[in-house]
Structure formats: structure tokens, C-alpha cells
Design a protein around this ligand. Structure first.
Ligand SMILES: Cc1cc2nc3c(=O)[nH]c(=O)nc-3n(C[C@H](O)[C@H](O)[C@H](O)COP(=O)(O)OP(=O)(O)OC[C@H]3O[C@@H](n4cnc5c(N)ncnc54)[C@H](O)[C@@H]3O)c2cc1C
Length: 712
């Protein structure tokens, strides 16, 4: 089915009149630009679409008439030089007669409230009711005697008749009416009691196209950061569209049927930015909204739990391993002192920094388990301040004095939302925005970067001046359909992540410290790290009074799976990385994780497991491969030349700037760049922003008409 837009109407007198009625305030130049764009554009509906028609009919005896109709599964049945015709499966029109200006006023109100969910806004040129017997279209709608779904000859048109109607009686759904007076006075346009025997053909004269200056694709942390900054500036028209039914993107939290919460992996909320902190406080302003935790990090290595940083706590290892590690550190110290060149890859960097002992016991196997690629395939520049170079004197002293020195620097303390997990943060941030500025269930299917128009999955289009995309940049290239960009982005690499959660009856065992983050370099566990998720908030698991059945014992032995018993409960969250270099068996990953937890003494064999959770994130971590930076240096400017700013965890593909705070600020800084031309430090110099407190931006700043800052 094809649907042709008719640009001539837009540029003509009628188009201008309608534009003004719609409150779009388009200039003649705008209209001509759109006309030219539309002339070259056809939209294809591969299947029946949902349509909402809210239309102003021609004046009649000094009166104007509003037709307001909601229809599901509309079929486009024809097009001509004057316009296109759409056939409606059943007529549920509402009609009202109003005079002069009040009509336009009502219509405009109606239109603005309807814009959020409409697949297509159309001006109805004429609207004729047709009885079944009179038209072939109507016959099609009532042709139930023909082949049924799945049978040869079955058409989607036929399906229309079989669909249950959820909008009956000519009434629009709650919240979509233009105003109460309008709602009160509606009258039924046709016989809605017998929709199967009537159909209406509407001749569409002018579909309106939404237009914004900045459109943001994706309501994850990056998109929300961009939106928050635009809301603060109040300088440009903007809109966020997201394919999902809610905001947050990967910053999401699942709840098991038994009532355990699990985030999309271990989402430690470390912040490098004042602005980010302020927005979180704006969204969740009360002290009781948050818990602040001191992290306890250990590496499960050589049958011991070695506190982080590993190299400063070698005293926790068996004595023979301490010797191996210290000898390696001394060799590495001498070698790097004499080195004439930079390391060629991450593996060489590891050897130079830590030596063979620590490399083989911890750094190489852990990084392979985490990134799911060999360390020789990775660059070292991404690491920045995440791992400071080891202090040989301190390492030797601590071994000789049997010291344990725990210092995680800025990554020691973090906060966590009291309720609803990480996903709760982003739901709260969403509430900051005026209604309608974030549109959900709005997947972007196509971006015409030359014409600056994007098409949503329902067929509607949005014209924009600038586009901030938070899609994975390789998906973005496909959505734009540019072969050069597609080819270029093929060189980027990523891992997938399996998140496995376990709810356990009882309490966290005493030998595991509170707020433990445990790293597992060795092959005896499938997971690379584990968190005691129940420590982060008491609301992450059901209360002790909730009675649950035992699903299985940790060691898999027979157990009473029928009797419901009370708590208390605690939980563990694991991450398992997957790639072509490191395949994961989806069928056994939960059982393997439980077995690994028993082997690592996180669980006792007799522990009762009351809830399990597994979710695979196709996009887990963007891999810092050797070729990554070269590709990004070419790819991002090429996109920018098309008016597309690709930012975010996978939008700009930098793991070192891929946490929630970074992602949010990538969005904020991108808006600053677009509006004021300021440099994007997080994108360009991630290691710089990671090494300092970034306090330059604040929500407290307001801007006057000329863009000058006003300080409160
Ligand atoms: C396993 C794992 C562990 C993590 N650990 C941490 C951590 O410890 N600390 C931390 O701070 N961060 C962590 N993160 C990172 C954090 O989740 C990201 O920073 C953040 O979610 C990335 O935000 P984003 O907006 O760039 O992308 P996303 O969150 O992926 O958001 C992209 C949005 O785009 C939408 N979208 C996609 N395609 C379309 C389309 N065609 N049309 C319209 N919308 C579309 C999606 O629905 C989504 O809402 C982790 C992430 C993962 C996966």
C-alpha cells in the first residue's frame, strides 16, 4: 500500500491557512521547503496502520465543522492528483458544529493534545459514508465468509473486520479530547452500532508533519541529559522519541515474580559531574530517597579474597604467589623504565604495569572474562585513571609487613536509590519534563538525513533541524541507510552481557563484607563479577514476612518445593560476558552461575534459592579495540556533517565515557555544543573528565533572552 503526500497543498494558500489554523506559524519559505521535500518522498505502509483524523471541514453557511475520528487498522486505498483516500474499517466519527474563531480555537486545542499519539494528522476534504453493498471497499470489510487468517488468499484488509473495537460509540479515549465543551456536544456521525456494515472513505488533503528544531532519539540517560539541558535553555523546540514504553534505556530494573529487584548489571552510580548530581537530586530530592554506601571490592584469586587494589594487597595471597607477583613487578618496573616506545596494545600495557605474576593471576584472565576478547585485541588508552600505575615500594612494604591497604579512591563511595533500583532514578528524571516532550513506543525506523526527516514505526514523520541520536552508532548508520557509514561502523566491536540474579532465603554470610563487589578472574565461575544486590537497599528484596517456596537448593539436591516459608531474604547479581571469542550457553547460564557461587563460597550447598532471574543484553559493553578510535574519528564527524550528533554509551562507543553519569553528560554537552559551540570534554577527553570533579555546569544557571547566564 502506498500513500503519497501532496506538497502542492502545503505551499498553496489553503496550506498556509491551515498551517495558521494549526498554530504552526510556518513561513512561506518553510512551506516551500516542505513542499520540495515532500515531492521527493513517498511513505509506504507495509501493513494497516492506526490513524487519528482531526480535521477542519470547509466552511458551510458561515459555520465550520470539526470531524474528529479515531481509527485502527486503516488501509490506504488510493491516491490521485488531489489527494489520497483511506478506507476506514468502521466509522466512529464525532462531529460538531461551531462558529468562526471558536471553531479554530477548539480545533487547535484538539490538535495539540492529539499530536502525541497520532500516526497521522490529516485534513479531511470530504467524508462519505458508504454502505456495504455500494462499494467494493465496504464489501471487503464485511467479507468474513472468505479465507481466514493463515489460509491462502487471506488479506490484511479482511482482518480488519475481525479485530475487536476498543473505541466504540464514537467517543475518543479519555485524555484525548480537546476540551470539555467539545466532549459534551459531540454527536455520532454514523451508525457505530453496526460498524461491520458501514465504511467511510476520507479524502485526505494534507497530512501535517511535525517539525522541531532538535529531535532526540532515545530516552536513556544520554537522551534525558540532552532533554534536561534543552529544558533549561528553553531556546529551541525539541522532542524525545523512544522505542520503549518507558525511559531509562539500559538503566533499567526488573522485578521477579517473587519480588526481587535486579538492575541491568552492576550499576554503580559514581558521578564525576556536579550537574548530574543536581539533576538526580532534583528528581529524587529527599534524603530518604537514597542510600550512600562504601564499596568493599575483592578479587577472588588463587583461593583467596584479595582486597582491591590487588597489587597493594598481595599479602592476602599464598606466600609462593606473593613471590611470583613481586618478582614480576620488579621486572616490569625495570622494563618500563627503559622502554623507548608506548605499548602496542592492552596486553603489553598490563605486562609493563604489573609484570607476569599479576598479569597471569588477575589482569589477563579477568579482562578476557569481562571484555570477552583477548587483551591483545584491545588498546590501552581507554583505561585512563581507572588503574593507577602500581607503587612498587608500597607493594613490597605491604607484603613484608603483611598489610592490607584498601583505597578505592573516588570509586569507593556511591549512592543507590532507596526504591525501584536504578530504573527508578530514570523514571523519576522523566517526571521533570512537561507531558508530551518524551514520546514512548515511537521507534525510529528510518532517518532521511539529507531531507532531515525521520519516520516512526507508525508511519508518521518528524522534520528536524538537528538530530541527537543515542542509538548504537552502527544501528544509526543502517537507519540512515548510508553504505559508507554502514561499512565504517562494521569495524566497531561490542560484547553482550547476561545478567543473572539469585534470590536466597536467609542472610548474607558473615565472611562476605557488606556492599561487596567481587571480581572473578578464574575459570571456575562463569561470571566475571558478583554483587550482593540486597545490600544496596532493603527494598531490593521482599520483606521477611513474605512467604515463598524454595525453587531449588544451591547444590541442586532434592528439597521441599511445595511449602511456603518466610524470609529474611538476600540476593546476588552476576554478570556473564559473551562474544564470538567467549560463547555462553544460554540454557545453562543460571545453573552454571549458582554452581560457580557455591564453588566460590558465596553460597552454601544447602542454601534455599527462592527466585532466579536471567536477562541477556545484546549490547553489553562497547569494546575498546585497537581500531576503535580511528573509526570514531571518521564516523562521528561524517554524521555531524549530516546534522546527526551520535552520542551515548553505544552512540559514541567509548567505554571510558559509558557509565550513566558520562552518558547523561554526553547529552548535556552535545546540546551545549549545538547551541553555544562549546567543546564536548566528555566525548573528546574522557580521561580528563574522569580525573577531576567537573563543576562547570549547574542547574542553578538560568539564561536571559540573549543567552547570557543569570546567577541566582
Ligand atoms: C551490563 C551493564 C552494566 C553497566 N554498569 C554500569 C555501572 O556500573 N555504572 C553506570 O553508571 N553505568 C553502567 N552501565 C551503563 C549505563 O546503563 C549506560 O550508561 C546507559 O544506559 C547508556 O545510556 P544511553 O542513553 O547512551 O543508551 P541506552 O540506555 O541504551 O538508551 C538508548 C535508548 O534508545 C532507545 N532506542 C533504541 N533504538 C531506538 C529506535 N530505533 N527508535 C527510538 N528509540 C530507540 C532505547 O529504547 C533506549 O531507551 C552499564 C550498562 C550495562 C549494559
Amino acid at each position: 500500500m502506498r500513500f503519497l503526500l501532496h506538497p502542492s497543498i502545503r505551499a498553496g494558500t489553503h496550506g498556509r491557512a491551515l498551517s495558521s489554523a494549526f498554530g504552526l506559524q510556518m513561513t512561506r519559505r518553510d512551506l516551500l521547503t516542505h513542499a520540495n521535500r515532500s515531492r521527493r518522498r513517498e511513505e509506504t505502509f507495509a501493513r494497516p496502520v492506526q490513524i487519528k483524523v482531526e480535521a477542519l471541514r470547509e466552511p458551510r453557511n458561515g459555520e465550520k465543522e470539526i470531524v474528529n475520528a479515531f481509527f485502527d487498522d486503516v488501509i490506504v486505498i488510493g491516491r490521485s492528483a488531489e489527494g489520497s483516500s483511506i478506507a476506514l474499517p468502521a466509522c466512529r466519527c464525532q462531529q460538531q458544529r461551531l462558529r468562526g474563531n471558536s471553531c479554530i480555537h477548539e480545533f487547535r486545542q484538539n490538535l495539540s493534545t492529539s499530536l502525541h499519539n497520532s500516526a497521522l494528522e490529516a485534513c479531511v476534504d470530504s467524508c462519505t459514508e458508504q454502505r456495504t453493498a455500494e462499494t467494493p471497499h465496504a464489501k471487503t470489510f464485511s467479507g468474513l465468509a472468505g479465507p481466514q487468517s493463515g489460509e491462502p488468499g487471506y488479506t490484511s484488509t479482511q482482518r480488519l473486520q475481525q479485530l475487536p473495537s476498543h473505541r466504540s460509540g464514537g467517543h475518543s479515549p479519555p485524555g484525548r479530547r480537546g476540551g470539555s465543551s467539545f466532549a459534551r456536544e459531540v454527536s455520532t456521525f454514523s451508525n457505530t452500532n453496526t460498524p461491520s456494515t458501514s465504511a467511510v472513505t476520507v479524502h485526505v488533503r494534507m497530512p501535517t508533519q511535525e517539525q522541531v528544531e532538535i529531535v532526540i532519539v532515545g530516552a536513556g540517560p544520554t537522551g534525558l541529559g540532552a532533554a534536561r539541558r534543552l529544558l533549561q535553555f528553553n531556546k529551541a523546540s525539541w522532542l524525545v522519541v523512544d522505542a520503549s514504553p518507558e525511559a531509562g534505556g539500559v538503566g533499567t530494573t526488573d522485578v521477579t515474580p517473587e519480588g526481587f529487584l535486579f538492575d541491568a548489571g552492576t550499576h554503580a552510580l559514581f558521578s564525576h559531574y556536579k550537574y548530574f548530581d543536581e539533576v538526580l537530586d532534583e528528581a529524587l530530592p529527599n534524603p530518604e530517597d537514597w542510600y550512600t554506601h562504601q564499596r568493599a571490592s575483592y578479587v577472588h584469586s588463587r583461593q583467596a579474597l584479595v582486597p582491591c587494589p590487588y597489587e597493594n594487597n598481595l599479602a592476602a595471597l599464598p606466600i609462593e604467589d606473593q613471590v611470583v607477583c613481586l618478582r614480576g613487578m620488579i621486572d616490569a618496573y625495570l622494563e618500563s623504565a627503559l622502554a623507548q616506545s608506548k605499548p602496542n596494545n592492552f596486553d603489553e600495557w598490563i605486562l609493563r604495569m604489573t609484570g607476569e605474576g599479576i598479569a597471569n593471576y588477575f589482569m589477563r584472565p579477568y579482562n578476557f572474562k569481562f571484555w570477552a576478547v583477548p587483551t591483545t585485541m584491545m588498546q590501552w588508552e581507554w583505561i585512563g585513571d581507572r588503574a593507577a600505575g602500581p607503587d612498587l615500594k608500597l607493594a613490597v612494604t605491604n607484603v613484608l609487613e603483611k598489610n592490607i591497604a584498601v583505597d578505592l579512591g573516588r570509586y569507593g563511595k556511591f549512592r543507590f536509590p532507596a526504591r525501584d533500583g536504578i530504573g527508578g532514578i530514570w523514571k523519576a528524571v522523566t517526571k521533570i519534563f512537561p507531558q508530551g516532550k518524551i514520546r514512548f513506543d515511537a521507534k525510529v525506523e528510518k532517518i532521511d538525513a539529507k531531507e532531515k526527516v525521520l519516520t516512526l514505526k507508525d508511519g508518521s514523520t518528524i522534520a528536524y533541524e538537528k538530530l541527537i541520536s543515542t542509538l548504537p552508532v552502527d544501528d544509526l548508520a543502517v537507519t540512515i541507510g548510508d553504505e559508507d557509514l554502514i561499512e565504517l561502523s562494521k569495524g566497531l566491536h561490542f560484547s553482550s552481557t547476561h545478567v543473572v540474579g539469585i534470590g536466597i532465603r536467609g542472610k548474607r554470610p558473615d565472611h562476605i563484607d557488606e556492599n561487596s563487589w567481587l571480581y572473578f578472574p578464574e575459570d571456575d565461575t562463569p561470571f566475571c563479577h558478583a554483587t550482593v544486590f540486597s545490600d544496596l537497599s532493603p527494598h531490593n528484596q521482599p520483606g521477611a514476612d513474605v512467604k515463598l517456596r524454595t525453587i531449588r537448593r544451591a547444590d541442586g539436591e532434592e528439597t521441599d518445593a511445595e511449602t511456603e516459608k518466610g524470609g529474611p531474604y538476600w540476593s546476588l547479581l552476576f554478570e556473564v560476558s559473551e562474544s564470538s571469542h567467549r560463547p555462553v550457553d544460554v540454557e545453562t547460564v543460571v545453573a552454571d552461575s549458582i554452581r560457580g557461587a557455591v564453588d566460590a563460597s558465596l553460597l552454601a550447598p544447602e542454601d534455599e534459592i527462592v527466585s532466579t532471574f536471567h536477562r541477556r543484553f545484546h549490547r553489553g559493553y562497547p569494546t575498546p579495540t585497537l581500531s576503535r578510535d580511528g573509526i570514531l574519528k571518521e564516523l562521528l564527524p561524517k554524521l555531524q556533517a549530516l546534522g546527526v550528533w551520535s552520542r551515548g554509551r553505544f552512540g559514541s562507543w567509548k567505554c571510558e565515557a559509558g557509565n550513566q553519569d558520562h552518558s547523561f553528560m554526553l547529552g548535556v554537552e552535545c546540546v551545549d555544543r549545538i547551541v553555544y559551540g562549546s567543546p564536548e570534554l566528555t566525548l573528546l577527553y574522557p580521561n580528563l573528565v574522569n580525573s577531576r570533579d567537573n563543576c562547570e555546569r549547574t542547574l542553578a544557571h538560568k539564561f536571559d533572552e540573549d543567552g547570557q547566564r543569570i546567577f541566582d
